[in-house]
Design a binder for this molecule. Structure first.
Ligand SMILES: [Zn+2]
Ligand SMILES: [Zn+2]
Length: 431
């Protein structure tokens, strides 16, 4: 077999311009041909209206093609669109309706899964600030406490996070400055949350519970460019930076100064990694990961400039997008492209350990969830789709299912269909 332009004796997987073949680490554009996921790779100079035709491009192998796509930080544009692949299956959603008369006069501001047991148990926040536990099996409604009226604005969108242990809820204004942590056993406010005011309207309030051994801890924003870890039972801060560095004039704090707006957070199912979907000026969204263990036990500056902090992808004018974990360390992230203008519906499967793009496929749109096997995506206009994230095929679409929330342990969606009327939806059938 004759070697290809990339130097490898292998089948032709695609084509690249001669400049990219010469400089395989250069910024690049992907031009989809419209046939499946076939695409050409072009350098910055060749990415123009007079871009070279296929005949002028050089053949490259699958490994070299993948090596380019793994460099998501270097992606300039995505031109054209790949085809979405489907596979027939017997999957379907089965629905069950529940009446909760106590909710008939309530307006729900938020509905979140409660607990890590496979029970359909939910935490609701009402427009009067009440925190309610909804048990759909029985069904019953139990008042657990209330958000103090002065602590945040209930008229503004809320970010509500419940710890896996089921003992704590963090409730904050999603694009505001303040929030509280409430112990769900007693209803007591155990912590107040404050992340300052700088550009908060452009950043989801950073909040994520995680487990460290048998402790439940909370990562939360304490300034536009600072996160901290606290014990939600007492509010004790566990990541105090050295006191001498707190003064802005000292060399140490200058050295660790971070030019990054923290936004929505996710924690890997194994509790090792924190994912931050924040941004930097001009603006560019930079999806980032860092080691929670290193931060908590070895280096208080880990979230500023620790060695485990790594950029996973960059997109101009886009951050805080849909994402979910599909494996212990595999993160599915929405959107293929280098700018908000060219991003298109797709799932990128990123390995947090290496930071590499494992695979990607076009089609997924809306909120991302995983039931342990499939990627489930819900978009207001398209309903809910089921994807085999290993093959990239769409297995099922239910255009009528536009759920309110997803419960990862109970593996079901819930939809508020009328005051006091909730509907559960579970995936059934075989793929
Ligand atoms: Zn070129
Ligand atoms: Zn090659």
């Amino acid at each position: 077999m004759e070697p290809l332009a990339c130097g490898h004796a292998a089948p032709i997987a695609g084509h690249a311009c001669a400049h990219l073949v010469e400089a395989p680490g250069a910024p690049y554009t992907v031009r989809f041909t419209g046939q499946g996921q076939d695409h050409d790779l072009l350098c910055d100079d060749c990415d123009s209206p007079t871009a070279p035709a296929r005949a002028e491009l050089r053949p490259i192998c699958a490994a070299c093609q993948q090596a380019h796509l793994e460099r998501l930080d270097d992606l300039i544009h995505a031109l054209g669109r790949p085809e979405v692949r489907t596979r027939a299956s017997a999957l379907r959603f089965e629905h069950r309706e529940h009446s909760l008369p106590e909710l008939e006069s309530a307006t729900l501001l938020a509905l979140e899964p409660l607990g890590s047991a496979p029970r359909s148990q939910w935490l609701a926040v009402t427009s009067t600030g009440d925190l309610l536990r909804l048990e759909l099996e029985k069904p019953t409604t139990t008042r657990l406490g209330a958000v103090p009226a002065e602590s945040l604005a209930l008229s503004e969108p809320l970010a509500v996070h419940v710890s896996d242990c089921g003992h704590y809820a963090a409730v904050a204004n999603a694009t505001g400055s303040h929030g509280v942590v409430i112990a769900l056993d007693s209803g007591a406010v155990t912590m107040k949350l404050d992340r300052g005011t700088y550009h908060v309207t452009h950043c989801q309030f950073p909040l994520a519970f995680f487990r460290d051994g048998d402790r439940t801890l909370l990562v939360h924003g304490t300034d536009w460019n600072q996160l901290d870890i606290s014990d939600p039972s007492t509010g004790e801060r566990l990541t105090p930076r050295p006191a001498e560095a707190a003064a802005a004039a000292t060399e140490d704090s200058e050295a660790h100064g971070l030019d990054y707006f923290h936004c929505g957070l996710s924690v890997s199912p194994d509790g090792q990694w924190l994912v931050d979907d924040g941004w930097v000026w001009h603006p560019v969204g930079i999806l980032t990961r860092l080691s929670l263990r290193r931060w908590l036990h070895e280096n208080v500056w880990e979230s500023e400039d620790g060695p485990s902090r790594k950029s996973l992808r960059q997109v101009e004018y886009f951050w805080d997008g849909p994402r979910c974990f599909v494996g212990p360390r595999l993160l599915a992230v929405w959107g293929f492209g280098g700018t908000d203008r060219t991003l298109f519906a797709a799932a990128l499967i990123i390995d947090l350990e290496t930071g590499a793009l494992r695979r990607w496929f076009p089609g997924p749109q809306g909120d991302f969830h995983c039931d342990g096997q499939f990627l489930l995506t819900s978009a207001g206009d398209e309903g809910t789709a089921v994807w085999d994230w290993e093959t990239g095929e769409r297995l099922h679409v239910d255009s009528t299912l536009k759920p309110t929330a997803w419960h990862p342990a109970a593996r079901c969606f819930v939809s508020v269909i009328a005051p006091g009327q909730l509907r559960e939806s579970r995936l059934a059938g075989t793929p």
